[in-house]
Ligand binder design. Structure first.
Ligand code: GLA
Length: 390
């Protein structure tokens, strides 16, 4: 279904001209959860599921966006005032156009056909993939050259302001900067990053719980507020603290009395998680997968008990994973409250692992469990030839 050729053909059938085709991947996060909006460290990888955007020029200044998933087409006039939030799927794309214009980039009118293959609600960043694919398409079709880190910020801003989800920068950043067979260690304050090779001897196995609890969006913003509350309280004693990134464990314990119980728990997760990412990077560099897997396990426990973003289905999926052979580490990935787990599994055991976990999960819950055995993929790009498409 997907692929440059087919989406290009479908675009031509609809709009009568040959388009350019762009694609942007979803992501999985290996470690460093909820740390991005605390100016901390994360280590995601791009995955081989993409949002595809076929784009062609228009003579007027309209943006016509057609979604193959939602079987819907929207039409809007470019220009800051006319781009309005509608509360639907198109906000991710229109929001990006609005943000580009807000930052002074003049866009040309365009027809866009969007095909998303990143599973929605699985915690694999289908929204960032739509934003990024739209953003590179609009920028390139308008003849603008914008560096990738700026594009990531534009997409994040669009989601924060237009969609109303106060996400950090991780998802958009990895969708733009991901590299095949590498995880990316990002300092979310400086936006400096380092690519870390994933050994050929392992696979990333993603297990989708198939549930997305309704509270996800609201609870996410709430966690962010609780972290901000912790910063405000700690800053009374430690005036140099701008974000939880600036706090170490000793300081947190020393000033625990300034924090509510909830704010303390949230801060404890962030402070320890940042450490785990940095130590995890060293372990991966040494090829010490057991050690890295141990940090993944600790990350999960902290997310479950301190940050409180897990749920029964994720807990079960992690428990089932830990019973299997060849597993280095298992944890929930993404914002939480449903979605998927990420498992680092010996390459020889990966297929059996996926089959066993999926079967056991379905037996216990009655919910079908999709699994993906993969290695990190490449970041967003324009698709130049049919060979690049799948
Ligand atoms: C979502 C957000 C990210 C990040 C993760 C949690 O995916 O979009 O910015 O905060 O949750 O790590």
């Amino acid at each position: 279904m997907s692929g440059e050729q087919s989406i290009a053909e479908r675009f031509r059938a609809k709009f009568g001209v040959k388009p350019h085709v762009y694609r942007a991947p979803g992501r999985v996060n290996l470690i460093g959860e909820h740390t991005d909006y605390n100016d901390g460290f994360v280590m995601p990888a791009a995955i081989g599921f993409y949002c595809w955007v076929a784009a062609g020029p228009r003579k007027d200044r309209k943006l016509v966006i057609s979604s193959e998933e939602f079987l819907e087409q929207i039409e809007t006039e470019l220009g800051k005032e006319s781009l309005q939030r509608s509360g639907s799927w198109s906000d991710y794309s229109v929001g990006v156009a609005a943000q580009l214009e807000k930052e002074g980039f003049e866009l040309s009118g365009a027809n866009l056909l969007i095909h998303g293959e990143v599973p929605i609600g699985a915690g694999l960043s289908s929204s960032a993939s739509i934003e990024v694919a739209t953003c590179i398409a609009l920028a390139e079709e308008s003849g603008l050259s914008i560096d990738r880190t700026r594009l990531a910020r534009i997409c994040q801003q669009a989601e924060n302001e237009f969609v109303g989800m106060r996400c950090g920068i991780m998802d958009q950043f990895i969708s733009l900067h991901g590299r095949t067979n590498h995880a990316l260690m990002l300092d979310c304050r400086s936006l400096e990053f380092e690519l870390v090779p994933i050994p050929e001897s392992v696979r990333l196995v993603i297990c989708n719980t198939g549930v997305k609890h309704k509270l996800a969006g609201g609870e996410y913003n709430r966690r962010r507020e609780e972290c901000e509350e912790a910063v405000r309280s700690l800053a009374k004693a430690l005036p140099n603290v701008r974000a939880l990134r600036d706090v170490n464990r000793e300081q947190l314990e020393k000033h625990r009395g300034l924090l509510s119980e909830v704010a303390y728990k949230r801060a404890l997760h962030i402070v320890t998680e940042n450490k785990r990412v940095l130590k995890g990077m060293e372990a991966l560099r040494r090829g010490d997968l057991l050690q890295f897997g141990g940090y993944m396990a600790d990350s999960y426990v902290s997310l479950r008990d301190m940050f409180e973003v897990s749920c029964a289905e994720l807990d079960l999926m992690v428990e089932l994973a830990n019973r299997e052979r060849g597993v280095y580490g298992a944890r929930m990935t993404g914002g939480g409250f449903g979605g998927a787990t990420i498992n680092l599994v010996d390459a020889h055991c990966a297929a059996g692992f996926a089959e066993n976990v999926s079967k056991a999960y379905q037996e216990k819950t009655g919910i079908a469990c999709a699994t993906y055995v993969c290695m990190p993929g490449e970041g967003a790009s324009r698709v130049e030839s049919a060979e690049e498409a799948r």
